[in-house]
Design a protein around this ligand. Structure first.
Ligand code: SF4
Ligand code: SF4
Length: 208
């Protein structure tokens, strides 16, 4: 893979978890695609409205798709990378989270898992003005929503197939195009994150 400056790096963790470089490569590909697409819009005079702390999209959207490798990435990040007191806040959020509530990883109006936020979150970008509370600009002003790059999404998903034991080029393409990969997708807001809360507890006990 060509060096991608957007690629996050966790050298020690990547040595321990073979799936992690795969996930980070996929996110770097998606981020590169999104960055290029945003530049195209900006050349047309559009101004990106998304910024840190602007989070109504995280509350409005209740059906964010998340792939199995992304769930593993979130587990890893919360357990091994997030520090206290944020991790305790995430744990409390996971415990009180009910199926269909908004994303439990939105803490104090900021994405607490930003480096490993799902592909779907990475792709959702809005121009001109921030979304109002409860607004889904996909319906209210679709012209302001970045059109997700199918090309880069396909490349990012292709990168992840070794996680599912799919290796050859032909099998990888078929795994994606046949819909088998998408059949594994879960909804972020409906996922039973309580298990992650328990794992946080176990890690704390192990460190005592
Ligand atoms: S999608 Fe809307 S609410 Fe979310 S960061 Fe962008 S402008 Fe803000
Ligand atoms: S993962 Fe992060 S960016 Fe995605 S909905 Fe949750 S808080 Fe928002």
């Amino acid at each position: 893979m060509k060096k991608n400056k957007l690629r996050l790096s966790f050298p020690e963790d990547e040595k321990m978890h073979s799936w992690l470089p795969v996930l980070l490569n996929a996110y770097a590909i998606m981020d590169e695609g999104v960055k290029r697409d945003i530049k195209k819009y900006e050349k047309l005079g559009r101004r990106l409205a998304c910024r840190r702390g602007c989070s109504s999209c995280c509350k409005t959207h209740r059906d964010i798709p998340v792939y199995p490798i992304e769930i593993v990435g979130i587990y890893w990040y919360v357990i091994e990378k997030v520090k206290e007191p944020l991790r305790a806040k995430i744990k409390a959020s996971l415990i009180s989270h009910n199926r269909g509530d908004f994303c439990p990883f939105l803490i104090d109006e900021v994405c607490s898992i930003y480096p490993v936020r799902p592909l779907a979150c990475r792709q959702f970008n809005v121009f001109n003005r921030p979304c109002s509370a409860g607004e889904d600009p996909f319906y209210t002003r679709p012209e302001d929503v970045l059109k997700p790059s199918e090309h880069y999404l396909g490349k990012a998903l292709y990168e992840t197939t070794p996680f599912y034991n799919v290796y050859t080029d032909e099998e990888r393409v078929d795994f994606i195009n046949s819909g088998r990969l998408n059949s594994l997708v879960r909804v972020l807001q409906n996922y039973p994150w309580i298990e992650l809360a328990r794992r946080i507890d176990n890690v704390k006990k192990a460190h005592k």
